[in-house]
Design a protein around this ligand. Structure first.
Ligand SMILES: *Cc1c(COP(=O)(O)O)cnc(C)c1O
Length: 400
C-alpha cells in the first residue's frame, strides 16, 4: 500500500518528522511533496461552495490566502518538529513576528520585551505598537530584576529573542515564563537563532514561538518565509482570523522549498554548530580580538544557562575586534571564502558588521547599551569544510 500521509502518530523521532511529517500525497502517489501553485479551488456545485463557506469545520480548501495544500504540508511538518498544537506559515519572519503580536493586543495593553531584538522586531514593539495605543516596556533580557519589575503590573504579551542578535545574550525562558504567567502575559519567543532543534521554548514555558524560515529552515538562501506556532486554541481563536483578513500568506512555491529545507535541517544545523564550536575554540583569545562570544564557550556570560536550555550553541559566533571599525572592515574585506551578507543561517558562511548594517538604525548609545560596538562582527557558520573556514578566518584575522 502506498504511504499517503505523514501524520506522525507513531511517535516518530525528529528526523522522521522532518522528512515525512505532514506528507499529503495526491492520487498520483508522487515521492516528493506536490507543489499546488494555485490561488483558488473549484466546487462541483453551488451547494458545495455554500457548504465550504458555511461550515467552520470544513476541511476543504477554498482560497490560498486561507490555506493551501503545499503550505499545509510545511506547517504540519514544522508543527511536528516543534511539538506545538498548531502552526501557521506566513510570507516572512517579520510577518510572523508582527502577526503574533498584533493579533492579540489592543489599545491600552502592555507588552514587555527584551531590549536585544532583531532590528525590525524592535520597530514593531517600540514604534508600531505604541502608535496603536499599546505600551511597550523594554528590559535587559538577562536581568531578572528588570523582568520582575516590569511584570508586577498586568501585561498582554512578552516578546523576546534568545540567543539574541548579534550579541548572543541567552535569556532564561523558564524564569521569564513564570513571571509572565503571574502578569497574565503570553510569552512569544523569536527562536530563529536556536532553530526548532536546539531549543524548545514551549517545553520551557513559552506560549508562542515564531520563526523566520528564511534563515536555517530554508538555509540555502532561496526564499523568504516565516511561521507562528502555539496552542491549537490560540491559533484558531486569535491568529487565524488576523492572518485570513490581513493576508501575509506564504506562496506555495516558497512553502515547498521550506518543507524540503526541513528535511535536512537537522543535518545542516548539527554540522554548522560543530564547526561553529570548533572555530570559536580555535580563535578565542586571538590577539586581534577583544572578545569572541559563543554560547557553548565557558567564557560566555550565560554559559551554564545556554547549556541547560539549548542542546548546542548555535551557528553564530560574534567577534569583537580590538582595532574597532577599521580592523573589522579589514577582516571582512580580507575573507576569501566567507561572504559579506546580512543574512544568516545559510549553507554559505556569511558575516556582517552590525553597527553599520543591521543595527545602523539604532543610536550609538542604544548600540552601546546592547554591547554592539564598532569592532563587533557577526559570523554565521555554514557548511564549508572546517579546515577551509579555519584557514580563511586565520588569514583574515592576520589582515585585520
Ligand atoms: C531574520 C530575522 C527576523 C526576520 O525574518 P525575515 O524572514 O527576514 O522577515 C526576525 N527575527 C530574527 C531573530 C531574525 O534573524
Amino acid at each position: 500500500m502506498v504511504k499517503e500521509s505523514g501524520n506522525g502518530s507513531r511517535g516518530w523521532g525528529s528526523r522522521t518528522r522532518a522528512v515525512r511529517g505532514g506528507l499529503d500525497r495526491s492520487g498520483h502517489h508522487e515521492t516528493a511533496e506536490a507543489m499546488y501553485l494555485t490561488s483558488g479551488f473549484v466546487y462541483g456545485s453551488a451547494a458545495e461552495a455554500e457548504e465550504a463557506f458555511a461550515s467552520k469545520k470544513s476541511t476543504r480548501y477554498v482560497y490560498s490566502r486561507f490555506g493551501n495544500p503545499t503550505v499545509a504540508m510545511f506547517e504540519e511538518r514544522l508543527r511536528q518538529l516543534e511539538g506545538a498544537g498548531a502552526c501557521r506559515a506566513v510570507a516572512s519572519g517579520m510577518a510572523a513576528v508582527s502577526a503574533s503580536l498584533l493579533c492579540q493586543v489592543r489599545a491600552g495593553d502592555r507588552v514587555v520585551a527584551s531590549r536585544a531584538l532583531f532590528g525590525s522586531c524592535q520597530y514593531i514593539v517600540g514604534e508600531l505598537l505604541p502608535r496603536y495605543g499599546v505600551e511597550a516596556v523594554f528590559v535587559d533580557g538577562t536581568d531578572e530584576a528588570q523582568w520582575r519589575a516590569a511584570l508586577t503590573r498586568p501585561a498582554k504579551a512578552v516578546f523576546l529573542e534568545t540567543p539574541s542578535n548579534p550579541m548572543l545574550e541567552v535569556i532564561d525562558l523558564r524564569m521569564v515564563a513564570a513571571l509572565a504567567r503571574q502578569a497574565g502575559a503570553r510569552v512569544v519567543v523569536d527562536n530563529v537563532f536556536a532553530t526548532p532543534l536546539l531549543q524548545k521554548p514551549l517545553e520551557l514555558g513559552a506560549d508562542i514561538v515564531v520563526y523566520s524560515a528564511t534563515k536555517h529552515i530554508d538555509g540555502q538562501g532561496r526564499c523568504l518565509g516565516g511561521a507562528v506556532l502555539g496552542s491549537a486554541e490560540w491559533v484558531e481563536a486569535e491568529l487565524v482570523p488576523f492572518l485570513r483578513h490581513t493576508g501575509p500568506a506564504l506562496s506555495p512555491f516558497n512553502a515547498w522549498t521550506l518543507a524540503k529545507g526541513l528535511e535536512t535541517l537537522d543535518l545542516r544545523v548539527a554540522a554548522s554548530c560543530a564547526s561553529a564550536l570548533a572555530l570559536a575554540r580555535r580563535f578565542e583569545g586571538h590577539p586581534k580580538l577583544a572578545r569572541l562570544r559563543y554560547p557553548f564557550l565557558e567564557s560566555h556570560p550565560q554559559h551554564a544557562l545556554a547549556r541547560a536550555q539549548m542542546s548546542a550553541g548555535g551557528t553564530i559566533i560574534t567577534l569583537g575586534f580590538r582595532g574597532g571599525k577599521e580592523a573589522a572592515f579589514r577582516f571582512l574585506d580580507a575573507l576569501e571564502i566567507v561572504d559579506i551578507s546580512n543574512n544568516l543561517g545559510d549553507s554559505k558562511s556569511l558575516t556582517c558588521h552590525p553597527a553599520t548594517t543591521t543595527h545602523q538604525r539604532l543610536t550609538e548609545a542604544e548600540r552601546a547599551h546592547l554591547g554592539i560596538d564598532a569592532g563587533t562582527v557577526r559570523f554565521s557558520v555554514g557548511l564549508e569544510d572546517l579546515a577551509d573556514l579555519e584557514a580563511d578566518l586565520a588569514q583574515a584575522l592576520d589582515a585585520a
